[in-house]
Design a protein around this ligand. Sequence first.
Ligand SMILES: [Zn+2]
Length: 424
Amino acid sequence: MFCNRKSFLFILLTSILYLNGCKTSEEFSGYSYDPEGVTETSDREINHQNKRTIGFLEDGVWITNEFRGSRVNDVIRIDPYHYRLQINPEISPINNSPWYGFQVWADDSTNVTLELNYADGRHRYRPEISYDGGQTWQNADSTNYHRDPDTRNGIISLNIGSEPVWVSAQVPQTTNEFQIWSDLLAQNRFIQRSVVGSSHQGRPVYQLKVSEQSDEPVKGVILIYGRQHPPEIPGYITGLYFIEELVSDSDLARQFRKYFDVWAYPLMNPDGADNGHWRTNAAGVDLNRDWQFFNQPETRAVQRSLLPLLKRDDRKVFYAIDFHSTGQTVFYPILEEIETFPHLFTYRWADRIKNELSDIDLNVEPFPTDSPIAKNWSHKTFGIDAVTYEVWDGLPKDQLEILGTESARIFMELMISEFENEMK
Ligand SMILES: [Zn+2]
């Protein structure tokens, strides 16, 4: 009999570990737009994208996905200079956030037609196009893009030559761009960047801690999460502008930092960002459904770095913001009847944004706290108010900066008076 006492103990222990590691949520089973089983957050097999360059010698046309943040799984030639690009998600079924990204060029200048065809999804994102290697981007317009009336696929028409033309669902933002951005930010004497964990594929999960010298015996702490969902770049960019305003040299920001520290995790899903995923991390899990059992290394790393705040008597957590994108700009606050500290902050903040930023059409849709998402974990752990901050995924780029900067300004004004009421 192979099962001696030692191996029996081993099996018992690993069973307990397995049960602990793979629990699923019992009450909440997903939002209407989630695929079934979304709260089952243990690892699963994903469909890997083969990195390759496909050439059509008869046309002299080349298409590649051999770079970070790309996604195109196959290319079929339909007619001369007319190709169907097959875009597949990393798992299926999956939320309809169909990311794509590729580069195309030709031996001789020519015009090509590219049809975006999806498995397990429908075309959603109007293409961004760069003719200069990603330095500048143009949103496609009616001269080079339309949707096929029958298939609803996206059809792109491009003049190409020997320099690659880059086409992407959103202006790409990989770990590369984040590194450059956070390198600059971390040059501030009061900002500390540290690695709190490692993704499935070994990419660092970064924390940015903003903490300026202060005479306050107890400082407030603001938590910021971002980019759990890889294609949601408008929300991610808005979040970066938001952080930049909190650390700026304005009088308001300096006053804010006397009272508050900021603990930010702007890029929580680095594997998904670099692999051009539609939704999940490298283990096929929607990270923003893993905030109950923390089966994934990315969510676990953030949770572990935050829990020590519970024991600190020189810090009091005040609020949490989780940046995302969707079909509209909308705040998802906690239901009014649920007691939070500060109480109803999100509603007051949203009202001020609506009054002061007339170009931004901000909606507010309250939710209960039963789902295993970052906002609800933050509320349940620290008793605080919190928001899921959704930015319309078609918001023009210049408006992202206005929204991020101005909503941060209003946020700081309100938070400063919150602090003075509560702590003084
Ligand atoms: Zn999201």
